[in-house]
Structures are given as structure tokens and as C-alpha cells.
Design a protein around this ligand. Structure first.
Ligand code: ADP
Ligand code: MG
Length: 236
């Protein structure tokens, strides 16, 4: 199930004037595809994710998640769509300090009033074997980010939205997290949209687009540094 964004426009009130945060943005992310949007701070990346994740309504344009047009839904239905189909990895992990890694994920089950039993499997999938019972302060920054990612996958989302996942990590740890995201995207056939200001960390993306002042433009293929052929669609 794809994420389809069409002609999105979003403005914020800025004193007497309006600030155009998203200016005619269109982008499709297919299942199993990791698309990275790179752009400087303030270019509209987090706004794009908020709209794609139905947390913000665009001024105009359409957000279609797995075939469902969110623009046609009321607030309750949008919330339901988000819970069922969208996983969001915010920049800050927002883990609960008193809970273990396993419990951070199990909370998602409790909120849905069920027990999926998926938490332990997901922690293994993100490489946290043996870390299940650690609390956030007993985990490294990279490990906390992995918990954050695993938690976003608890609902088996069709769409995964990721905001600056490497900003708090050193380069090597950041690269590992990006590789993990690319792997999970393929294995779970999720449509992943990731935004970052860090051009050095987009090597594992299948496709890269640039954002500047609320506008998207396709990046020239030759400009993507260090893309391993194996992580390109059709590359393996
Ligand atoms: P990025 O994530 O690329 O740094 P943002 O989407 O956070 O960009 O912000 C895009 C622009 O919109 C910036 O100029 C920012 O100051 C402005 N902005 C973001 N959120 C709000 C808001 N809630 N109200 C007013 N302006 C905002
Ligand atoms: Mg941002």
C-alpha cells in the first residue's frame, strides 16, 4: 500500500503575513521503498511529515494512505486511519523513562486493548536481542532510536514516517540506523518517507528528493553519495 501526496499546500500564519511551508508538493512512496527528503532546517520537512501522517490538514491537496483519501475523512476517521496504517518515528524518541524496551512496545498493544505478542519479535528485528529489559538510560542513543523504530512498527503500518533519525547519533551509528530502516522497509513492504538535513546519511535510500523553501525537486542521480547498488530497487 502506497503513500500518495498530491499538490500539497500548507501555510502558517506568521504575524501579518503567511508563511508557505509546503508549496505544491507531490510525491509517491511505494511499498518496500525508502524515499529520503533532504533539505536545510526550516525547509518544511517536518511539516511534510505532519501532513503525510494526517496530524495536520493541508490547505489544499490530497494525502492518500493505502488507497484511503485522508482529505475526505473527519477527525475521528483520520485518527483511526493513522493508528492503523501509519507509524511515526519522531526526532525525539519520547521513550518513557520508567519502562523497559519491551514495555515501551507493549504499551502500544495496551492502547489497542489487545496483546499482539509482537513486541519481542520486533525488538529482535531491530537488533536489540538481550536488551529487552533495559530502560532508556541503560541504552545508547542508537539503541533508543531502534526502540523508537520498533515501536512505530507495532501496528504493522503501511506507511512509516521518519523525522531526522540520525541527528542525535554519530556518523557510524547513524549509518547503521539508516541501513536498518532500509532493511525493514523492504522486509515489511512498508512505504517509508524519511526526512533529514544530513546529506551524508541518505546512501541507503532508494530515492532522494530535495526540499527547499517548501518545494520538492528530484535530486540528480549522480549527486547521491555512496549509494550501495544493493540498496537500490532491483539492485539485488
Ligand atoms: P524543517 O523540518 O525542514 O526544519 P519545518 O516544517 O519545521 O521545517 O518548518 C518549515 C517552516 O515553517 C519554518 O519556517 C518554520 O519556522 C515554520 N513553522 C513550522 N511550524 C510552524 C508553526 N506551528 N507555526 C508557524 N510556523 C511554523
Ligand atoms: Mg524538522
Amino acid at each position: 500500500m502506497s503513500l500518495e501526496l498530491t499538490d500539497l499546500r500548507l501555510t502558517y500564519a506568521d504575524g501579518d503575513s503567511t508563511l508557505v511551508a509546503l508549496d505544491d508538493v507531490s510525491l509517491t512512496v511505494r511499498p518496500g521503498e525508502l524515499v529520503a527528503v533532504v533539505g536545510p532546517s526550516g525547509s518544511g520537512k517536518s511539516s511534510l511529515l505532519a501532513v503525510a501522517g494526517t496530524l495536520l490538514r493541508p490547505g489544499s491537496g490530497r494525502v492518500v494512505i493505502g488507497g484511503t483519501d485522508a482529505s475526505r475523512l473527519g477527525d475521528r476517521e483520520r485518527t483511526a486511519l493513522r493508528r492503523q496504517r501509519v507509524g511515526i518515528v519522531f526526532q525525539q524518541a519520547n521513550l518513557i523513562s520508567s519502562l523497559t524496551a519491551l514495555e515501551q512496545l507493549q504499551v502500544m498493544d495496551h492502547m489497542r486493548g489487545g496483546r499482539s505478542g509482537k513486541a519481542a519479535d520486533l525488538l529482535r528485528a531491530v537488533g536489540l536481542d538481550g536488551r529487552e529489559n533495559r530502560r532508556p538510560h541503560q541504552l545508547s542513543g542508537g539503541e533508543r532510536q531502534r526502540v523508537n523504530i520498533a515501536r512505530a512498527l507495532m501496528s504493522d503500518p503501511a506507511v512509516l514516517l521518519v523525522d531526522e533519525p540520525t541527528s542525535a547519533l554519530d556518523h557510524a551509528r547513524g549509518t547503521e540506523v539508516m541501513r536498518l530502516l532500509a532493511e525493514l522497509t523492504g522486509e515489511r513492504a512498508v512505504a517509508t518517507l524519511l526526512v533529514t538535513h544530513d546529506v551524508a546519511q541518505i546512501g541507503h535510500a532508494h530515492r532522494v528528493t530535495e526540499m527547499d523553501d517548501g518545494r520538492l525537486s528530484e535530486r540528480q542521480p549522480g549527486l547521491t553519495p555512496g549509494v550501495p547498488a544493493s540498496s537500490r530497487p532491483g539492485g539485488r
